[in-house]
Design a protein around this ligand. Structure first.
Ligand SMILES: Cc1cc2nc3c(=O)[nH]c(=O)nc-3n(C[C@H](O)[C@H](O)[C@H](O)COP(=O)(O)O)c2cc1C
Length: 194
């Protein structure tokens, strides 16, 4: 049975940029389509130009194309159902926070800054017709070992990036997740009353 996709555009209570309303995180990626390298360059460039505390830019990216050993290594580290779907993505990117500088001084905004750079990447990618799905479900120590990361570098997410695929190719349970309505709690619940 194929489960129909509902409209994926967010129903926002106030107007937002189209790209923000339209961005969503699919699990169906086109397993035959390569990534357009200029679009990948633009996504990474958007990440590069994100703001960061003291402009330290405490982010690093391991960019692994499907069909390479690096992609296999990242895929191998994914946990649970992430392993089922994410291997089809044209590119898997490990988003790595530089949590301390080369002298060992902690960089307290590393995770914040990395997240912001990935947000920029995801918006640029969506604008260019690609899709992004971030994952926290992976074996951090496995990735650390697979790529020889120093202790001061912390892999925080794996990002599936590439052309979207046919959701009917997913296992049924994942099709249901793919088609579930996109929801957010009310904005008021995110505001601290003053
Ligand atoms: C830090 C982070 C970790 C996530 N981990 C996973 C994951 O391991 N597996 C997964 O399928 N989705 C994961 N997601 C995707 C979220 O579930 C998704 O962004 C959220 O449900 C909102 O859906 P939307 O991006 O389509 O708006 C993660 C997202 C973020 C930002």
């Amino acid at each position: 049975m194929t489960i129909p996709l509902l409209n994926r555009t967010a129903e926002t209570d106030a107007p937002v940029l189209d790209v923000l309303a339209d961005r969503w995180s699919p699990r169906a990626y086109a397993s035959d389509d390569a990534i357009d390298e200029s679009q990948l360059a633009s996504a990474l460039e958007a990440a590069r130009w994100a703001p960061s505390a003291n402009n330290i830019q405490p982010w690093r990216f391991i960019v692994a194309h499907r069909g390479t050993e690096a992609h296999d290594r990242v895929h191998e580290a994914l946990l649970g159902f992430n392993k089922v779907w994410a291997g089809d993505a044209a590119v898997l990117i490990v988003a790595v926070a530089e949590t301390a500088d080369a002298e060992g001084k902690p960089l307290p905004f590393a995770a914040y800054d990395l997240g912001q750079s990935v947000a920029h990447l995801s918006v640029q990618a969506h604008h260019d017709g690609l899709h992004v799905h971030q994952m926290g479900g992976f074996d951090r120590d496995g990735v650390r070992a697979a790529f020889g990361l120093d202790d001061r570098f912390e892999p925080l997410t794996v990002i599936a990036l590439g052309p979207i695929g046919d959701p009917s190719a997913l296992p049924e349970a994942l099709q249901e997740r793919e088609a579930a309505p996109r929801v957010r709690r009310p904005l008021a619940d995110s505001l601290i009353a003053v």
